[in-house]
Design a protein around this ligand. Structure first.
Ligand code: PLP
Length: 294
């Protein structure tokens, strides 16, 4: 990934009445050392993050990403982020974005062990090329996440539904999917229901009806899926959150994995069985997702 800007942030308290944050931001060269080795994000993956798509300098869906950052921080009992400060940091790095697609990451770490408070930073990097995934699609392998559908209610300390920095499991799932000849994974519950991909939400189409797994089932509520559902509803399609049996991945007329940077990638195979890619509607969905969205 080609990094363009790195901005370290001195987080201010969420109730700070400040209006200017310039002195709380410190630009560092993308290849310069910037973190203490004792930072708990590095030691334990103890922190939360967000990845926003940027199209021609416009950061997409800033408010939904900030709301989710705050929600993840609350689930992890991290100090509440001051959203105006984060908005200002996003605007500052977005100003460096070139034409085309980039990625902004927001990272809030618990900070150095026994240190004064959280550490935080924002980065801007070039987006990876998703053209092939958006047109040809991705082959997915379903992988058991090892939890039943009711796990989030029974075990809230698993932090299911928070976007934490602990993505080693998610990355291991993608490697396992690749070992199985697929491009990406879709996690399913031990009792046979669809959850999400390791870095994306799952949306299925049955006729004029679009469905996605219920977010209370311990998945991250995707900003892209929400934005797309609002758009589809405006176009007269029905949208719904449901409990989705695994067999529906193959039964659906079409299916996608959706995320902020790759956007809508149609699912072209499920566990080695081919699935028809609806190129026309996929192109329409991606045209919408690439338009400026707030
Ligand atoms: N689910 C997981 C586990 C993710 O990591 C992501 C995004 O990174 C998503 C879903 C999709 O979320 P969004 O559309 O907000 O990018």
């Amino acid at each position: 990934m080609a990094w363009r800007s790195v901005l370290l942030i001195d987080p201010v308290a969420s109730d700070s009445p400040r209006e200017d944050y310039a002195d709380t931001f410190h630009s560092v060269a993308p290849d310069a050392p910037a973190l203490r080795v004792g930072d708990l994000s590095a030691q334990r993956g103890d922190g939360v993050f967000e990845s926003l798509g940027v199209v021609d300098g416009h950061p997409q869906e800033v408010e939904p990403h900030l709301a989710r950052l705050r929600h993840s921080a609350a689930l992890c009992e991290l100090p509440e982020p001051h959203l105006d400060q984060w908005r200002a940091a996003i605007a500052r790095v977005a100003a460096d974005a070139p034409a085309g697609e980039s990625v902004i990451k927001l990272i809030l770490s618990r900070g150095v062990e026994h240190g004064p408070g959280p550490t935080a930073w924002v980065t801007l990097a070039d987006a990876p090329d998703s053209a092939r995934a958006r047109t040809e699609g991705v082959r997915i392998a379903t992988l058991d996440r090892g939890y039943a559908l009711d796990a989030p209610a029974r075990a809230p300390w698993l932090l299911l539904g928070a976007k934490t920095l602990s993505y080693a499991v998610n990355m291991a799932a993608i490697r396992e999917a690749k070992r199985r000849g697929a491009d990406d994974a879709v996690f399913v519950t031990s009792d046979g229901f669809v959850l999400e991909a390791p870095t994306a939400s799952v949306v299925l189409r049955f006729g004029d009806r679009f469905i996605t797994p219920e977010p209370h089932a311990g998945i991250l509520h995707g900003t892209t899926q929400r934005s797309l559902f609002a758009h589809l509803a405006q176009r007269g399609f029905e949208t719904a959150y449901e409990t989705v049996p695994v067999a529906d991945l193959q039964r659906a007329d079409a299916a996608w994995v959706l995320s902020s940077v790759r956007l809508a990638a149609p699912i072209s195979a499920v566990d080695g069985e081919g699935k028809v890619v609806d190129r026309a509607i996929t192109a329409e969905l991606n045209a919408y997702l690439l338009s400026p969205r707030d």
